[in-house]
Design a protein around this ligand. Structure first.
Ligand code: LLP
Length: 420
C-alpha cells in the first residue's frame, strides 16, 4: 500500500524516478522525501473538481511549510492559509502572492497583524471581539482596510482525534454560533474592518464528510441571514480537514466526491468558495526514510531501533497515529514476518513510530520508508535530545532538489550564548 508516486522498481522502492536507496546514499538518513508530482496532482484535483464554481484553494501552510513545496504550489496558482507571521514570511519567500493569503488562528499578535496588513493579504479569519478591536486599530493606523470573515463555531462533531477536532462549543476555536450575528454587526461598525466572508473549520483528518456538510449548511444559512441584514458577504471559507488513508483499511473520501457534495449547496448561494486543505494535498506526497540501527529483544518484546525518532515524526506519540512502514528493498517473503515495536533513539518510552507492528524480517543497516508523512511530519519536528532535524528532498521525475539541508551541530547552537 504505497501512494501512486512511490512504487517498487527493480526491487527497490522509488519516489517518482529516483530510488530511495540512492537518496539515502547521497543524502543520509533520516530524510523526508516528497514527490512534486503527488503534491501537484492533489492540488489540481481540487481545481478540476471546482471548475465552474468561483473558488480559491488556499493551501494550509502548517501541513508542510518547506519553501520548495510552497513555491511548487504558488506556481500552480494556490492561495495560502497561514496562522503566523512566520508562515507569511515563508509564503513570500516562496514567491506566493500575498493577495491570495488568508490569515487564520485564535491568537494573532499585533506585529503579525501589522505585517499581514502591510503585505496586503486577502483577508483575516477573526475569532474574537478582542482580535477585531486590535485589527481595527492596526488597520486605521496603517490606513489599510482589513477584509474579514468571522470564524464561527458551528458546534458540529468532526468525528476525529480529539486533539484535531475544533468545531465543538467546548473548543477554543471560533465564535459561538449564536453570538455571530451580533458580532458581525459590531465588526461592520468598526473603522477599517470590512466583513466580507464567513469561515469555519471543524477539524482535521475527517474520513466521514457528513459533519462537514452539516456545518456547511449552517454557515450558508448564516451567510444568508447576514446578507439579509445588509452585509455584503462575498465568500465562504470552509477550512480544510479532508482525511487521507493512513491504514490500508481507511476509507478516505476522494477530493472530487467532497466537492461534488459541496457544489450544489454553494452554487445556489453565489458565494466564492474558499478551502484550506493541508493534509489532503501533502500527506501522501511524503515518506520518511530511515535506517535500522539495531534489533533488540527485551523479554517477550522485539524492538527495531531506527535512526528516525519522535523529534522527527511526532504523530504516533501525539495522536496515536498509524503510519505504514515498508522496506526499501523489495517485498519480503511473508514467511519471514515478525512483530516488533519500531522505535527511535530518543530517551522516552513515548518515542515510537509503530507498536506491535508486523514487519518483514529486518537487519541492521536496512532502509525503511515510513509512509504518508508529507503533512505534519517535518513541520512538527523539533530538536529534542539535540538531534539535528532531517533534510527534506523534493523529487521531480529524476531530479532531486534539496529543499532543506540536514541540520548540523552548529545549527543546534544558533542563537545561543554562554553568560560571561
Ligand atoms: N484551516 C485551519 C483553520 C486549520 O486549523 C487547519 C488545520 C487546516 C485548515 C488544515 O487542515 P487539514 O486539511 O490539514 O486537515 N498536527 C495534526 C493536524 C493539525 C491540524 C490543525 N489545523 C496532525 O498531525 O494530524
Amino acid at each position: 500500500m504505497t501512494p501512486g508516486e512511490f512504487s517498487y522498481s527493480n526491487g527497490l522502492l522509488a519516489c517518482e524516478d529516483v530510488s530511495l536507496e540512492d537518496i539515502a546514499q547521497a543524502h543520509g538518513t533520516p530524510a523526508y522525501v516528497y514527490s512534486r508530482r503527488a503534491i501537484v496532482s492533489r492540488f489540481r484535483s481540487y481545481g478540476q473538481a471546482l471548475a465552474g464554481l468561483p473558488h480559491r484553494v488556499c493551501y494550509s501552510v502548517k501541513a508542510n511549510s518547506n519553501i520548495a513545496v510552497l513555491s511548487t504550489l504558488a506556481h500552480e496558482g494556490a492561495g495560502f492559509d497561514i496562522v503566523s507571521g512566520g508562515e507569511l514570511y515563508r509564503v513570500l519567500a516562496a514567491g506566493g502572492d500575498p493577495a491570495t493569503v488568508v490569515f487564520s488562528g485564535v491568537g494573532k499578535t499585533e506585529p503579525e497583524l501589522r505585517f499581514a496588513l502591510q503585505k496586503g493579504i486577502h483577508s483575516f479569519n477573526c475569532e474574537s471581539e478582542a482580535e477585531l478591536d486590535l485589527l481595527s486599530r492596526c488597520s486605521v493606523g496603517l490606513q489599510r482596510p482589513a477584509s474579514i470573515a468571522l470564524r464561527v463555531n458551528p458546534d458540529v462533531d468532526a468525528i476525529t482525534h480529539p486533539y484535531i477536532s475544533t468545531g465543538l462549543r467546548q473548543h477554543k476555536f471560533g465564535i459561538d454560533f449564536a453570538a455571530a450575528e451580533a458580532l458581525y454587526a459590531r465588526a461592520a461598525a468598526l473603522p477599517g474592518i470590512v466583513p466580507e466572508g464567513v469561515s469555519c473549520h471543524i477539524g482535521s483528518q475527517m474520513l466521514d464528510i457528513d459533519p462537514l456538510l452539516e456545518s456547511t449548511d449552517k454557515v450558508l444559512a448564516l451567510a444568508g441571514r447576514l446578507r439579509g441584514s445588509g452585509l455584503a458577504i462575498r465568500y465562504l471559507d470552509l477550512g480544510g480537514g479532508l482525511g487521507v488513508r493512513y491504514r490500508p483499511g481507511d476509507r478516505a473520501v476522494p477530493i472530487r466526491d467532497l466537492i461534488g457534495r459541496l457544489r450544489p449547496r454553494i452554487q445556489a448561494s453565489g458565494l466564492t468558495l474558499m478551502l484550506e486543505p493541508g493534509r489532503s494535498i501533502a500527506a501522501e506526497a511524503g515518506v520518511l526514510l530511515t535506517r535500522v540501527l539495531l534489533v533488540k529483544h527485551n523479554g517477550e518484546k522485539t524492538f527495531v531501533i531506527v535512526d528516525a525518532a519522535m523529534n522527527d515524526l511526532i504523530r504516533p506519540a501525539l495522536y496515536q497515529a498509524h503510519h505504514e512502514i515498508v522496506p526499501v528493498k523489495g517485498a519480503a517473503d511473508s514467511d519471514h514476518r515478525f512483530t516488533a515495536d519500531v522505535v527511535g533513539p530518543v530517551c522516552e518510552s513515548g518515542d515510537f513510530i509503530a507498536r506491535n507492528r508486523e514487519l518483514p524480517r529486518v537487519q541492521p543497516g536496512d532502509l525503511l520508508a515510513i509512509l504518508t508523512v508529507g503533512a505534519y511530519g517535518f513541520s512538527l519536528a523539533s530538536n529534542y535530545n539535540s538531534r539535528p532535524r532531517p533534510c527534506e528532498l523534493l523529487i521531480d521525475g529524476s531530479t532531486v532538489h534539496l529543499g532543506r539541508r540536514r541540520e548540523t551541530y552548529e545549527d543546534l547552537l544558533r542563537g545561543e550564548s554562554i553568560p560571561v
